[in-house]
Write a protein that binds this ligand. Sequence first.
Ligand SMILES: Cc1ncc(C[n+]2csc(CCOP(=O)(O)OP(=O)(O)O)c2C)c(N)n1
Ligand SMILES: [Mg+2]
Length: 549
Amino acid sequence: MNPATALATVLIDELVRCGVTDVVLAPGSRSAPLALAAHADSRVRLHVRVDERSASFVALGLAKRSERPVALVCTSGTAAANFHPAVIEASESGVPLLVLTADRPPELRGTGANQTIDQIKLYGSAVRWFAEVGVPEDRPGQVAYWRSLVCRACQRASGPPDPGPVHLNVAFREPLIPDGDASWCESLDGDASGSWFRARVAPPSAALHIPPTRRGVLVVGDGAANVRRYVAAAGMAGWPVLSEPNGGGRYGDHAVSAYHFLLGDQEFADAHRPDVVVTLGRPGLSRPLLSWLRRAEEHIVVAPDLTRWPDPTRSATQVAQAVEIPIAAGGDAWLRAWRHADHVAREAIDAVLDSSGLTEPRLARDLAEVLPNGSLLFCGSSMPIRDLDQAMRPRRGLRLMANRGASGIDGLVSTAVGAALAHNGPSYALIGDLTLLHDQNGLILGPREPRPDLCLVVVNNDGGGIFSLLPQAALEDPFERVFGTPHGVDLGYLAAASGLPYTVVQETEELSKALKGDGLRLVEARTDRARNAAVHVAMREAVRAAMRD
Ligand SMILES: Cc1ncc(C[n+]2csc(CCOP(=O)(O)OP(=O)(O)O)c2C)c(N)n1
Ligand SMILES: [Mg+2]
């Protein structure tokens, strides 16, 4: 057996033994040993994509939804650089990715050899760990090294303490494809225990006990862990729960879903300053919420990983891996005040939306409401995730996810595809038109690839609608060209180019019907950026007026 084949076979075998089930790869020659080994191993679900950027976001989605490491393979050269955005998102949002870049052997580097670039530490500080695997050689001891390396890579990717991407640069010398000879200088197998070793790094876990308080609030942002336990504890303590849709805590009696508008009302925010706020994950969608956080007497950040705790407002007074929320007697008035205000605000918002025809926040609200239990909804950055934050009513049975690590509008189609492939149930995505166009390649699925059950709902406002809510919207002439960025693309043709079913929704009443079907499909809702900005103002004003009454 040639060394390249031996190394690739052992790497894939050890990945599987460490629990990896999915491998995503883009085609290339230098990566042939890994591609062939992954294809030959029936325990691996293989996903092949023509574009490395799309492949890497598919892997991100798979890993994010399954919460297990996913291997990602490419050839040498710029192929590896195209993984960079997804690696950054994985780093920022703590998603376990095992990036395996094929490389030329050292003697070909720096010589002008074809498709050869410097791949050493290519992703810089965006990976938890980098290893230059070295060129495989036919001598005893290599198998133990390779297997132990993979185990360590899986452990570093999965955590504890901090899940994230790991980069293994794998140099292969020719020949790159199997020669039919099965002999090697030692056994290629792992040890009898099933895996070479499996380091379990146990985190110290000590829960912080806080004194009983009547005015506590639980805030849940992206990437929050153990949400159900905290929401239950908040319920016992009489705390309102302010959860971003993708935080996973927006359900039940204590959920305050109109917090964006409530806290945008100065009078309400002043009157409802908490003694303690506990934040899970990383809230970051609503500016009023962030401003209000800064004013909390005590802000406790729960971060399972103490090496990197989220605190964008720099208001944390304590950081703990876990917190015990105490039951306090007599906290009813506090909770009642929040719930009453939420009810009033929700009615005002809903009244605006119900009379506004097909607008973006209405679409977001209604979509989150009509999806069947057990659904996954992947939300695009820009307005879709914010509209959900502002308009979605509390509910159970819906899993919401978004790429909030770096909040890019890149790779969203592919991430949603990956997440759908790991989700057991129907999947949906709500994304903007620029976000769709940015990742058109994500729509490309080869005939033999595992197919996601994913309905992409695209809000087409012919450009970047979010900018119409920002101060630059006042700069009329340059605005439309440099921020609005209209494109005039007919999304029907786009769907046709990839052979996807395509439906246009004119009225929100048509939404449920349009969502039906299976496999990858596209639903377009056409909206207007200026009108959208006006609806957001109307919601804010309606809440303000209702609060004054
Ligand atoms: C990769 C990347 N490039 C640029 C941006 C800046 N950006 C934020 S929102 C946005 C517009 C997105 O437009 P669209 O997807 O149509 O959503 P809409 O704003 O219309 O809701 C842009 C360009 C970004 N977040 N990520
Ligand atoms: Mg848009």
